[in-house]
Design a protein around this ligand. Structure first.
Ligand SMILES: C[S@@+](CC[C@H](N)C(=O)[O-])C[C@H]1O[C@@H](n2cnc3c(N)ncnc32)[C@H](O)[C@@H]1O
Length: 179
């Protein structure tokens, strides 16, 4: 094997280990929302949204880029902990030059959600469970939450969109209740 091949294989293994290790730590892989889910999430957000839309766990950027295109007057913020998906989406953001897109590396559990008009997420049951108290504490009443696949236990969705896919994937639309 040439040294170049060995470096490429070493890098590929390091990237894979980083993704697998972080997925294990946070409880979910950076699996992107499907195109049908992306469309449904966008349709669940009012067209005239011009405030802050946050994607909790933005992965490779699969939803933040369509959001930035669909809501040019809004500010789209992605928060992602996993190094490789975050770095990939940052480079993509620099190249695409969306002026309303900001992708931050960090843990959304310890990042303030203050000022958000819409929250988007595609997580897992325990992740949703741990976010409920944070939503109630940090988000203004009536803030819109759109969750791909996973419900927020204890909250009543104002709408459930069922995707026309093999899993009949639900997209939940919630409003933060009055305090
Ligand atoms: C299933 S992916 C969804 C990606 C993207 N939101 C989409 O819909 O295509 C979930 C992402 O959440 C990230 N994640 C999970 N817990 C996190 C945390 N506490 N802070 C930041 N990112 C987190 C994972 O690393 C993963 O990339």
């Amino acid at each position: 094997m040439f040294p170049f091949d060995a470096i490429a294989v070493g890098l590929a293994v390091a990237v894979l280990i980083s993704i697998v290790w972080t997925s294990f730590r946070v409880g979910i892989s950076p699996m992107p929302s499907s195109q049908k889910a992306q469309k449904a999430i966008i349709s669940a957000i009012p067209e005239n949204t011009h405030g802050l839309i946050i994607d909790l766990g933005s992965g490779w950027g699969s939803i933040v880029f369509p959001l930035a295109r669909s809501f040019p007057l809004a500010t789209i913020r992605g928060i992602e902990l996993s190094l490789i998906p975050w770095a990939f989406s940052r480079v993509r953001a620099l190249l695409s030059r969306h002026s309303n897109l900001d992708i931050q590396r960090g843990n959304f559990q310890t990042t303030s959600l203050d000022g958000a008009e819409v929250i988007v997420c595609y997580l897992f049951p325990e992740g949703m469970e741990s976010l409920r108290a944070k939503f109630e504490e940090e988000l203004k009443p009536n803030t819109l939450i759109v969750s791909n696949t996973f419900r927020l236990a204890g909250w009543e969705p104002e709408e459930v969109i069922t995707l026309d896919d093999i899993h009949q994937t639900p997209i939940y639309r919630y409003r933060v209740p009055a305090k």
